[in-house]
Design a protein around this ligand. Sequence first.
Ligand code: ADP
Ligand code: ZN
Length: 529
Amino acid sequence: SSPDTGTGVSEAREVLQRVFGYAEFRGSQQDVIEHVVAGGDALVLMPTGGGKSLCYQIPALVRPGVGVVISPLIALMQDQVDALRNVGVRAGFLNSTQNPDERSMVESEFLAGELDLLYLAPERLRLESTARLLDRGKVSLFAIDEAHCVSQWGHDFRPDYLALSAVHERWPDVPRIALTATATEATHQEIATRLNLKKARHFVASFDRPNIQYRIEPKNEPKKQLLDLLRTEHAGDAGIVYCLSRASVEKTAEFLVQNGIPALPYHAGLDSGVRAVNQSRFLREDGLVMVATIAFGMGIDKPDVRFVAHLDLPKSVEGYYQETGRAGRDGLPSTAWLAYGLQDVVQQRKMIDTSEGDQAHRRMLGLHLDAMLALCETVDCRRARLLAYFGQEGTPCGNCDTCLSPPESWDGTIAAQKLLSTVYRLQNERRQKFGAGQLIDILLGKKTAKVIQFDHDSLTVFGIGADLRETEWRGVVRQLLAQGLLAVEGDYGTLVLTPASADVLGRKREVVLRREPERVRAARPARAA
Ligand code: ADP
Ligand code: ZN
């Protein structure tokens, strides 16, 4: 049982109002703060925009000593510290961007007890000199922000985070609070184990972001689809467009600018000066669109991001949730829009096959991708699916594409048999492997040059799929891939059978497919005043 914290609570509330200017705590903030002020360890899982910062900032102000915040977001430390100083909190940081003079000034402030909060990059904490510095001052708590960076299977792994387990050994009496917006049970357990937080109290907030409208549609003409979304629903809005590669970031940003939409590129290949300028323009100016790789976004606190668009499939549901979570921190209606297609599946499987790491690691990546594909192909509420992935309950939300225009499902057994038997004929009878394009041409009975070259018009399956349109066939291929009834192989995205394909070919298994929607444009709820 926790000690009497009556004074802690009233002091914390007083700080909330006087320093930060907020009337009330939000969600579980008060419970967390109370627990940490009283000296307890905590693991806090709260969605982006949930208000994690106050959970350690207020205890740091209430407890005697300096709160040490470990954060991987070096590029944002200056901003975070400036924002705190603006409200009168004595904050400083130590990271590799400073020169020795700047660093020693912060160090003397720390030793003189002139700081409330000290932000540290994780690699600095590993230095014995830093540890000795902390020994000479008084640390009130350790806050480990973005704690999922300790997860080796996650999407933001930082090796320096592994060393943070030593914090407890060196300073056993200092309370620790680890915070993250990543929420699967597995990551959660991994954080607790690796950071030595088994006995910490866990605070798990609801991961629902009701103001975000989730929409996922097939990728046909991605740039045009994006432009259409921006023009019809988000004219003049700030937003983020995520692309997988640096090249597509550049091309997409250029395309938007050519079409009259103010857009900036951001990826790790850009000069750091350019990145910093683009990031700060995005934060400070209105209505800019940031076209970025996932290198952009962690820790970015821009409340009025009205949309997050993905032009390529995220690698995992956790990544998708994090990235889309950057929309609508202010609570106003926002859109999370994703276009994905067959090529995404082919490309990602290839990336997994050629990725570094052992078999187990590749298998994990494969499972992440499968879960993401299942979310894309679901006929159920996207939000309920998303919450279920994080182990939380949700009922149909009325604010996602599948709720707003429920997709039909259809019996795709025969179509699947036609497709799989075409793959079978090529693979087993002719020892050939082809990608989706050739297979679909065969099914549709198209006498293209390549069909004639390989004599594919003499196959018995030639033309047996003329009852479906090309886009429908692409949907069939994509969904069979998502269901594990078909697999991609090699550099050219050739399609091959899987062990499960046999059940479909042998008529032992039915296949339910989602009908390819006509361009859905979900109705938006009126924007709150
Ligand atoms: P997170 O780190 O969880 O993404 P932040 O700590 O950046 O979230 O908080 C998100 C936004 O909510 C910030 O603009 C913050 O000032 C605001 N906020 C946090 N707590 C409260 C509160 N109790 N009342 C009002 N606004 C709050
Ligand atoms: Zn829904």
